[in-house]
Ligand binder design. Structure first.
Ligand SMILES: Nc1nc2c(ncn2[C@@H]2O[C@H](COP(=O)(O)OP(=O)(O)O)[C@@H](O)[C@H]2O)c(=O)[nH]1
Ligand SMILES: [Mg+2]
Length: 612
């Protein structure tokens, strides 16, 4: 197992020199850095502590201009070495770096007063007291303060010993089986090709694996892995890793991108987060503020939507939704820093809660109450709330990266493979009832609403509509009648009063019961609509034999009686016999018999019919 430790502190305070003294490796690798005697970008070294513990070291630049490089270097640290030069004491970037460490909640570290060879003991005491005061109230408040000198070597053995002890108390990195390597460096080695480096978190990577770069989505293969300049087959989380990639050019890769297993990390442009504004931030975090978001090794411009108020004051905490100018690969629980671009200053820091949130209404406490529960670990339940039209169990588990989790304990309504939050289910039922009620009012003579229409009124997809309907019917909210859907209380009421269209229609059809005028003709004459016909048919006052022919109920019953009588006497019935007995023309008789066949009352055998 290995660890990662980073430096922090003001420029020229001796960070890089100290790392070289400890490791024998000059972290200032760039030609320009060597020429100017100044760290510009991140530097890397490694060290074996007395216990045999391997430590990767990230050396950061202290210059204010390169703060963004420093921010890319503090990702994934187990501990930080805050370096203060004895001759200068606490300086602006001492404070600025410490604020960033504090906002990222890095709790383990050592505070090193270096260059002690340059000062008298009294002065060292003053600087130590000042440093102790500076650490108070920050995440490094418990850090030991050690005097060291890279020139004389004073305190270096002690430093290694104490760092060893500190790391021995560090819990091992969690293996979430979702490795992520936020890239901090890209280069080429002739004969090998493209190499990226970073601090690996959340899982292991192996040689030969196919991986994905986010946000680009590009697939590449890992040809080789190195840790501390040694080749390894598998890199463990919490270590400095160099990965040799096949399938990508150096020019196509950038710091801030993330290497991960395909499909396990998504890029997002919207994220919900809890934030804390620095107590001595020059500004409040204002609603709508345009800021720089630093997380992992990425830096993205972002706009802050303050959910509960118009601003969060220095020292205050709250919930925000961040809109990113371009996609970034983020994960829930990741920490971040928000800075103002001009004047360059740190404003706030926090933790991501939901990396794929909906847009939220502001000033709605239900929003941050849900986020609080989510941040407290109730991820599945709160994720479910985001789907008013339901979500499959599989999709829910995928969205929360909780494959295999138990959903039976969720407070949810289940419809087949679909889950609904209780509030979503109640709303769905209410919407269905409202839609049906409106429909029944508009079409009192119809038995119900076509299924397709309710589906689109509810905005449900075809896969969820069926199961949801079954459950709604099970709840007694609606009934399915044939292909149509109705409120259980709905009845088609038609009262064929004399003189009304329904009454007139029955009258016209009943005038010559076995030889009525064609149905369209009778309807026209009676002024009856298709709905009236359907309602009368539903009620049973009228029987439609074909598009063209309808009998009144008494005529139909009588004709059916005749059919039964003839079959009883002769064994079967033909069109001719029935026509004679009914004294009707061929058209209605044919319609009647075909109707009876369709109703499976009779069966055709040649030109005869028998009863089934
Ligand atoms: N006397 C003395 N000088 C030091 C010590 N450590 C660093 N320096 C000098 O301080 C200057 C800045 O050191 P450097 O490591 O580049 O500082 P950094 O910007 O914090 O990385 C260099 O000239 C170093 O030689 C020390 O322990 N004692
Ligand atoms: Mg340096």
């Amino acid at each position: 197992m290995s660890y990662v430790v980073g430096t922090a502190g003001h420029i020229d305070h001796g960070k890089s020199t100290l790392i070289q003294a400890l490791t024998g490796i000059d972290p200032d690798r760039l030609e320009e850095e060597k020429r100017r005697g100044m760290t510009i970008d991140l530097g890397f070294a490694y060290l074996t502590l007395p216990s045999g513990r391997l430590v990767g070291i990230v050396d950061v630049p202290g210059h204010a201009r390169f703060i963004r490089n420093m921010l890319a270097g503090v990702h994934g640290l187990d501990a930080v070495l805050l370096v203060v030069a004895a001759d200068e004491g606490v300086m602006p970037q001492t404070v600025e770096h410490l604020e960033i460490v504090d906002l990222l909640e890095i709790r383990r570290g050592l505070a090193l007063v270096t260059k002690v060879d340059l000062v008298e003991p009294d002065w060292l005491e003053l600087v130590t007291a000042e440093l102790s005061e500076t650490l108070a109230g920050t995440s490094l408040r418990d850090a030991e303060i050690l005097p060291v000198s890279a020139v004389t070597g004073r305190g270096l053995d002690d430093l290694k010993q104490r760092l060893d002890t500190l790391l021995s108390e560090t819990p091992p990195r969690e293996d979430r089986r979702r490795p992520r390597l936020p890239i901090d460096r890209v280069f080429t080695i002739s004969g090998f090709g493209t190499v990226v480096t970073g601090t690996l978190v959340d899982g292991s990577l192996g040689v030969g694996e196919e991986v994905e770069l986010q946000p680009s989505g590009r697939r590449v293969r890992i040809r080789g892995l190195q840790q501390h300049s040694r080749r390894v087959e598998v890199a463990e989380p919490g270590s400095r890793v160099a990965a040799n990639l096949v399938g990508v050019e150096k020019e196509d890769l950038h710091r801030g991108e993330v290497l991960a297993r395909p499909g396990t990390v998504a890029a997002t442009r919207r994220v919900d987060a809890s934030v804390r504004v620095l107590a001595n931030s020059p500004r409040s975090l204002r609603h709508g503020a345009q800021l720089l978001l630093h997380t992992g090794t990425a830096e993205v411009s972002a706009r802050a939507i303050v959910l509960a108020a118009d601003e969060i004051e220095p020292g205050g905490t709250g919930w925000v939704q961040l809109y990113l100018a371009r996609p970034a690969a983020l994960a829930p629980g990741d920490r971040f820093v928000l800075r103002l671009p001009t004047p360059s200053s740190t404003v706030a820091g926090g933790t991501f809660a939901d990396v794929d949130p909906r847009r939220h209404p502001r000033h709605d406490e239900r929003v941050w109450e849900s986020l609080e529960r989510r941040a407290a670990g109730d991820v599945l339940q709160e994720e479910l709330r985001k789907y008013p039209r339901g979500i499959t169990v599989q999709a829910l588990l995928r969205a929360t990266l909780a494959e295999g989790a138990d959903v039976s304990e969720l407070d949810a309504r289940r419809a087949g493979q679909w889950l609904f939050a209780p509030a979503a289910w109640a709303a769905l039922g209410a919407r269905a009832q409202r839609a049906l009620d409106e429909y029944h009012r508009a079409h009192p003579l119809r038995a119900g609403m076509p299924r397709e229409e309710l589906k689109s009124r509810l905005g449900l997809g075809p896969a969820v509509f069926g199961p949801a309907l079954t459950e709604l019917a099970g709840d007694g909210l609606l009934v399915a009648r044939g292909g149509e859907l109705a409120l259980p209380s709905h009845r088609v009421e038609i009262d064929p009063v004399a003189g009304g269209p329904a009454g007139r229609l029955l009258e016209i059809l009943g005038a010559q019961p076995y030889a009525p005028p064609s149905l369209p003709e009778a309807m026209r004459e009676a002024g009856a609509s298709a709905e009236v016909v359907r309602a009368l048919a539903q009620k049973g006052d009228l029987v439609r034999l074909s598009d063209d022919v309808a009998f009144t109920r008494p005529a139909y019953d009588a004709a059916l009686g005749l059919v039964r009588e003839i079959v009883a006497g002769e064994g079967s019935v033909t069109v001719a016999t029935l026509r004679d007995r009914m004294g009707a023309s061929r058209r209605p008789v044919l319609a009647l018999l075909e109707h009876l066949d369709a109703q499976r009352i009779t069966r055709r055998v040649g030109d005869r019919r028998v009863l089934r």
